[in-house]
Design a protein around this ligand. Structure first.
Ligand SMILES: C[S@@+](CC[C@H](N)C(=O)[O-])C[C@H]1O[C@@H](n2cnc3c(N)ncnc32)[C@H](O)[C@@H]1O
Length: 199
């Protein structure tokens, strides 16, 4: 492990421990597809990954990444804001004549912020992010896990970080275990990884 240890690498350790072959997962911020690809590998041929993004460009990057790795059959890419997470997943699961999306999701992944190399004004926003977290938690099965990578400073500012951290602090501790880690000795607003387990 070096000084450049990334928050996404840290998050992947928990995701890897959580997701099993056959699981249904959500990538709520597909971006360039790094997390979608990771989830697709973990769910195997019998699982499914639903990946959301509001930018066509992001989903195109994700789609070509999955194609290059022979994983495209395992994912459904949705050009849709994650603030519509619950209704969209329920619709998609019904289409597949499965359980209807109710509390069957093993893992939901959020990597907030803007598309690397893309338009910084099209990043995630405090209000819609919290709305999506709330919906994602409803869809999680018992024992399911949500992973958040939260950024701040620079173009991102602090509103989203503060709003999300305030929200997750209010979650009922009898229903959710919330673990919030920190790059404690790093300057310049290091990213914050959070894992939420549904008990
Ligand atoms: C930091 S990037 C995600 C990185 C990605 N997980 C990866 O592995 O490459 C954040 C993404 O969130 C997307 N985004 C912004 N607002 C959104 C929203 N309301 N719903 C879904 N995605 C959104 C942006 O378009 C951007 O692609």
């Amino acid at each position: 492990m070096g000084s450049g240890y990334q928050v996404t690498e840290f998050a992947h350790k928990f995701i890897e421990e959580q997701v099993k072959h056959g699981d249904i997962c959500i990538d709520a911020t597909a971006g360039n597809g790094n997390d979608t690809e990771f989830l697709c590998r973990l769910v195997g041929t019998t699982g499914r990954v639903y990946a959301f993004d509001i930018q066509k460009e992001a989903l195109e990057h994700t789609a070509s990444r999955l194609r290059e790795n022979g994983l495209e059959e395992r994912a459904t890419l949705l050009l849709c804001g994650h603030e519509y997470l619950k209704e969209t997943i329920e619709k998609e699961r019904k289409k597949q004549e499965k359980q209807g999306g109710k509390e069957e999701i093993s893992c939901v992944v959020f990597n907030f912020g803007y598309l690397p190399g893309g338009d910084h004004t099209l990043g995630t926003k405090a209000k819609t992010s919290v709305c999506a977290i709330e919906q994602g938690l409803k869809l999680l099965k018992k024992g399911g896990m949500m992973s958040l990578c939260i950024y701040s400073g620079g173009d991102t500012g602090f509103e989203e970080r503060d709003t999300i951290l305030e929200y997750v602090r209010t979650l009922d501790s009898r229903k959710y275990l919330v673990i919030c880690s920190s790059w404690y000795n790093r300057e310049n607003h290091p990213p914050i990884p959070v894992q939420i387990y549904k008990l």
